[in-house]
Design a protein around this ligand. Structure first.
Ligand SMILES: CC(C)(COP(=O)(O)OP(=O)(O)OC[C@H]1O[C@@H](n2cnc3c(N)ncnc32)[C@H](O)[C@@H]1OP(=O)(O)O)[C@@H](O)C(=O)NCCC(=O)NCCS
Length: 303
C-alpha cells in the first residue's frame, strides 16, 4: 500500500484501464469492461523460498476513485471486478460488495492473486478466503498465505505447510515512489539507521521504501504468531544486494516471551519491490538458552 500513488512498470508498461470515469461517458461501459479484465492479468507467478508468489495487475487507482463518484460507473466497475470468470468465491464476492471503491479493486486483486497462487501450487481449495478477526486472509489448515496490494499491482504468497506454528508474509511497494527520509527514525531502529543508503544502486529514499516493505512483510508473518502489537524497532532488517536479509528479532522475542525462526527476502520486479517473509515458533515460550542460540547459528537468512 503506502508510499505509491501511481501505477507503473519500469520494464513492462501497464495497459491503461479505461473505466468510464466521467459522468458524461459513464454510459459507454462495454469496452472498459474488456480493459478491466486485461488489467487483472497475471504479472508474475514464481516459486520463492517462502511460497509461490503471484502478482496481478490492477486498474488505475485514480480512475477507480473517479468512478466511485458515479453510481453507474461504480456498478460497471464492480461487474468488471467480478468478471474474471468465477475466480472469486461467492462469499468473497459478498465481502467485496460490502467494501467501497477503490478498496474493492484492491480486495479483488488480492483474492485473484491468492486463487491463482493456489492453482499454481495445484491446491484444490474450493472454500472462500475471508479476513480473520485481525484482517489476515484465513486459509484452511495446511496452507499459509498472505496478501498485499499497491497502485497497479496485487500480490499473494501461498505455501503448502503442515506446520501450524508457521506463517508467511508478503508486501509490495512501488520502487518509483521513494519514501520521505523524515519517517526513517520511526520505521528503522537506531542500529538500522547508519547503514541506510549503503545498498548498491539505490538511493537512501528508495532503500527506505524497501526496508519499510520488508517490515510490512515481516509484520504479516509475525503477527499471526505473536498476536500482539509489534513495534517497528523490535525487528531489525538489513537487506543485501542479492535479495537476502540479515534479521535480528531478539527484541520481539524478549517482549513476547517466545522464540522463533524468521526469514525474509526481497526482489525488484518491473518497478515494484516484492518482499516475502516466513516465521515459525520454535518454542511455546521462554528464551533460548545460550547453547540453543549457538546451535541456531548466525541469524542470516540466505536462500
Ligand atoms: C496489517 C498491515 C501490515 C497491512 O498493510 P497495508 O500497508 O495496509 O496494506 P497491504 O496492501 O500491504 O496489505 C493488506 C493486506 O494485509 C493483510 N492483513 C491485514 N491485517 C493482517 C494481519 N494482522 N496479519 C497478516 N496479514 C494481514 C490482508 O490480507 C490485507 O489485504 P485484504 O484486506 O485485501 O485481504 C498494516 O496495516 C500494518 O498494521 N502495518 C504495521 C506494520 C508494523 O507495525 N511493522 C512493524 C513490525 S516489523
Amino acid at each position: 500500500m503506502t508510499f505509491s500513488s501511481s501505477a507503473g512498470y519500469a520494464s513492462a508498461p501497464l495497459r491503461r484501464t479505461q473505466f468510464p470515469v466521467s459522468l458524461a461517458n459513464s454510459r459507454a461501459a462495454v469496452s472498459p469492461l474488456v480493459d478491466a479484465v486485461a488489467a487483472f492479468g497475471t504479472a508474475l507467478d514464481e516459486p520463492t523460498p517462502h511460497g509461490t508468489c503471484v502478482a496481478v495487475r490492477l486498474p488505475d487507482r485514480e480512475e477507480a476513485q473517479s468512478c466511485a463518484l458515479d453510481a453507474e460507473c461504480g456498478d460497471t466497475l464492480l461487474s468488471s471486478l467480478l468478471l474474471p470468470a468465477g475466480e472469486l468465491h461467492l462469499d468473497e464476492e459478498s465481502h467485496l460488495r460490502s467494501l467501497q471503491l477503490p478498496r474493492q479493486v484492491l480486495f479483488a486483486g488480492g483474492r485473484l492473486a491468492l486463487r491463482r497462487a493456489l492453482q499454481s501450487l495445484a491446491v484444490a481449495h474450493a472454500g472462500p478466503v475471508l479476513p480473520d478477526e485481525h484482517g489476515a486472509p484465513a486459509l484452511p489448515d495446511g496452507l499459509l498465505g498472505s496478501i498485499s496490494h499497491t497502485d497497479g499491482l496485487a500480490v499473494a504468497l501461498v505455501s503448502n505447510s503442515p506446520d501450524a506454528r508457521a506463517a508467511v508474509g508478503v508486501d509490495v511497494e512501488s520502487a518509483s515512489r521513494p519514501a520521505s527520509l523524515r519517517i526513517a527514525p520511526r520505521i528503522l531502529a537506531p542500529k538500522e539507521l547508519p547503514s541506510l543508503g549503503r545498498l548498491a544502486g539505490m538511493s537512501e529514499h528508495t532503500e527506505l521504501t524497501l526496508r519499510f516493505s520488508l517490515k510490512e512483510a515481516l509484520y504479516k508473518a509475525l503477527h499471526p504468531l505473536v498476536l500482539r502489537p509489534i513495534r517497528w524497532h523490535s525487528v531489525v532488517a538489513h537487506p543485501a544486494a542479492d535479495g537476502s536479509c540479515t534479521l535480528d528479532w531478539s527484541e520481539l522475542e524478549r517482549q513476547a516471551g517466545i522464540t522463533m525462526h524468521v526469514e525474509a527476502r526481497w526482489r525488484e520486479h518491473a518497478g515494484y519491490f516484492i518482499t516475502t517473509a516466513r516465521a515459525r515458533l520454535e518454542r511455546g515460550s521462554g528464551a533460548l538458552t545460550p547453547g540453543e542460540h549457538e546451535a541456531e547459528g548466525p541469524r542470516r537468512a540466505r536462500w
